[in-house]
Design a protein around this ligand. Structure first.
Ligand SMILES: [Zn+2]
Length: 145
């Protein structure tokens, strides 16, 4: 995997988890006991490339929930539909509407300011990773506020 893709994936994950304050967004929703190790989960599989880095396509969840639902695609779809109907609608429309994935630099430019916004939630190693990504992508164009 190339550097830019890695940066985009890491930023997306920071944004998704940071937005939720690094909590499992599925806590208490079912019989699964949260592990409290937090990952970013795709609502619609990352294989659908045009929405792979979409903020609306991610939720913060613990490894226990992530693992369980990654083997239960139908349950996962039903759960997402119930919990986040607007995001689900939005994503499904884009899933079937074939479009080219956005250029990776554009994705990074959009995710960087968001990742910075949630900085207060990051651990030291995550801040360090963010700093490195910032350094590498100094010249990337950001959307105007
Ligand atoms: Zn959980």
């Amino acid at each position: 995997m190339n550097r830019l893709t890695k940066d985009a994936e890491q930023l997306w994950s920071l944004v998704i988890r940071g937005r939720a304050g690094f909590r499992c967004e599925l806590y208490g929703i079912d019989h699964i006991r949260c592990s409290f190790v937090i990952e970013a989960m795709h609502i619609v599989t990352r294989g659908v490339r045009n929405i792979k880095y979409d903020q609306r396509n991610g939720r913060s969840g613990c490894t226990a929930h992530h693992k369980f639902y990654s083997h239960q695609r139908e349950l996962w779809a039903a759960l997402c539909m119930r919990l986040w109907p607007e995001d689900w609608e939005y994503l499904i429309q884009r899933k079937w509407h074939i479009s080219k994935p956005r250029p990776i630099r554009e994705v990074i430019g959009e995710l960087l300011p968001l990742a910075e916004r949630y900085r207060v939630h990051y651990l030291p190693h995550q801040i360090q990773a963010l700093e490195k990504i910032l350094e590498r992508n100094r010249c990337v164009e950001r959307p105007s506020p």
